[in-house]
Design a protein around this ligand. Structure first.
Ligand code: DGY
Length: 307
């Protein structure tokens, strides 16, 4: 059995920055969560013996990858194992927002259910609707597979077009972003957070969407301008939103978006199934231990460090 000495942060809340900077001093490997910012300051605090950074997530926008690369430090992530679990949650958010499930639950809990009503809590149909997928990587493609089961028309936008074979097998058509926004009944976001995708969904984008449309975000919070989203949801520019990720995280309970009945927010749990989190943990540990041995990481986001 392989082992190494480990200093494990035991609390639910992330280590305060000062504490983290102090405790990384002299370590050879770092297993980070997406709540830990790994940047020049932290890498300097760790010191030149640091051999590997292993992130317990597929996303790595918390890590300054070029800063790691400059120091020759490989960065690992956990792709693949969470793809379907994340798509499941995105589809659950889509359906829950479409059929107003949280409002229905609140209605029953509040003792307001007095009779069957022909106009009670009318929502949007999912079957036969148009799904717009922004970012057609692994998770975006799983959304297309799920949409096929609901006889949905699938449009996608991605700077990298899928192959003709993949488009055909997934029943998806690549379109321009504006067309996707205007045509889709549901827009689901699956992009990385980069300077280009920050606030990709701003007030202009929201105004291009249908007033009956629902926005789903399981990518990263800052891909959506939350002030613009609040105004759009309040003003009926779009019908609803389902958010697994927010800006900031955690979203305070008194944030205006939380007060809106047509905005469903869950606490960044898209990959949170028992099996998937176990697989992510094993993958992150594997990357860490491989890096400590000085071998090539199984899943490395900056393979250029290997020359
Ligand atoms: C990730 O892995 O990037 C998710 O956001 C958390 O599972």
């Amino acid at each position: 059995m392989e082992s190494t000495d480990a200093d494990v942060w035991p609390d639910e809340l992330p280590p305060p920055r000062d504490e983290l900077l102090r405790r990384v001093e002299g370590v050879e490997g770092l297993l980070s969560l997406l709540t830990d910012r790994v940047d020049d300051e932290l890498l300097d605090a760790a010191g030149p013996q640091l051999k590997v950074v292993s992130n317990f997530a597929v996303g790595f926008d918390n890590i300054d990858v070029p800063a790691c690369t400059r120091r020759g430090i490989p960065v690992g992530n956990t792709p693949g194992v969470l793809t379907e679990t994340t798509a499941d949650l995105a589809f659950a958010l889509l359906m829950a927002a479409a059929r107003r499930l949280p409002e229905g639950c609140d209605y029953v809990r509040a003792g307001q259910w007095k009779t069957w009503g022909p106009m009670l809590l009318l929502g949007q149909d999912v079957h036969g609707a148009t799904l717009g997928i922004v970012g057609f990587g692994r998770i975006g493609r799983e959304m297309a597979r799920r949409a096929a089961g609901f006889s949905m028309r699938v449009l996608y936008y991605d700077v990298h077009p899928a192959s003709a074979e993949d488009e055909a097998s997934l029943g998806a058509r690549r379109v321009e972003m504006d067309y996707l926004l205007a045509e889709s009944d549901f827009v689901t976001l699956h992009t990385n957070l980069t300077p280009e995708t920050r606030h990709l969904i701003n007030s202009g984008a929201l105004r291009r969407m249908k007033p009956t449309a629902i926005l789903v975000n399981t990518s990263r919070g800052p891909v959506v301008d939350h002030d613009a989203l609040f105004e759009a949801l309040r003003g009926g520019v779009i019908a609803g939103a389902g958010l697994d990720v927010t800006d900031p995280e955690p979203l305070p309970a008194d944030h205006p978006l939380v007060s809106l009945p047509n905005c469903l927010v869950v606490p960044h749990i898209a990959s949170a199934s028992v099996v998937t989190r176990g697989r992510m943990a094993r993958m992150a540990a594997d990357n860490l231990l491989t890096g400590l041995r000085g071998e090539r990481l199984p899943t490395c986001v900056n393979p250029e460090v290997y020359g």
